[in-house]
Write a protein that binds this ligand. Structure first.
Ligand code: T5A
Length: 205
């Protein structure tokens, strides 16, 4: 059985990742792919428990502790969900993954990039996406679209601007893997571009 394809969706808050992950998965299934849609933090019962911890806005969470919680959730998710699905030849569509950690905990919160990368590499065991769709959006527009993560919203627009710039630097550094999609357009226009990138990049049809 050939290994499955690992696709991630990334971007600032409210960019449309969850919506587009579901739409992309449906399109892939219509083409005969076995697909799982999953998310980070989460995607596994323990990792979802860590997500609930991270979402609690009452705690003054230290930025290093926050990083390690995101990575603990990822290690569990990779080991119990993503790697087994890929080994079965399934396509994995994941709503956020390692690039979010580099963008939020390093570019946003200021932790050293090399250390965050090394810890992330340890958590994933070196697993990287085949293709990443970076849904790029003005941060004020994105923050208006969403509302679940009170902790992240409270960090302010400047934090989220650094995150967006961090994502764009990652895309510039790895243009083959990370493809930037303008997410300010209507849903269907964004979905059509994503389909074209996936079709062309991974020869899906
Ligand atoms: N985080 C995560 C880290 O700091 N480090 C990490 O390592 C990881 C993995 C959780 C938080 O954790 C942080 C980042 C986040 O702050 P999350 O649950 O993915 O991550 O949180 P959000 O990105 O905030 O998720 P949202 O669900 O709010 O945003 P999405 O998924 O980008 O957007 P979506 O699809 O839910 O859409 C939001 C709304 O916008 C509308 C949708 O209908 C919906 O109402 N919408 C559009 N409207 C108009 N035009 C479009 N093109 C639209 N696309 C979507």
């Amino acid at each position: 059985m050939p290994a499955g394809i690992f696709i991630t969706l990334e971007g600032p808050e409210g960019a449309g990742k969850t919506t587009q992950a579901d739409t992309l998965a449906e399109w892939l299934r219509e083409r005969g792919h076995g697909v799982i849609v999953t998310r980070e933090p989460g995607g596994d019962p323990l990792a979802e428990g860590i997500r609930a911890l991270l979402q609690n806005p009452e705690w003054a969470l230290d930025v290093r502790a926050e990083l390690l919680l995101f990575l603990a959730a990822r290690a569990q998710h990779v080991a119990h969900v993503i790697r087994p699905a890929l080994a079965q030849g399934r396509t994995v569509v994941c709503d956020r993954f390692s690039d979010s950690t580099l963008a939020y905990q390093s570019a946003g919160s200021g932790l050293p990039l090399a250390e965050v990368r090394a810890l992330n590499e340890f958590a994933t065991g070196g697993l990287a996406p085949d293709l990443t769709l970076l849904l790029d959006l003005d941060v004020t527009l994105g923050l208006r679209r969403q509302g679940e993560w009170a902790r992240m919203e409270r960090r302010g627009v400047e934090f989220h601007r650094r995150v967006r710039e961090g994502f764009l630097r990652l895309a510039a550094a790895e243009p083959e893997r990370v493809r930037v999609v303008d997410a300010a357009r209507p849903l269907e226009a964004v979905a059509a571009e994503i389909r074209a990138i996936v079709d062309c990049g991974l020869r899906i049809s």
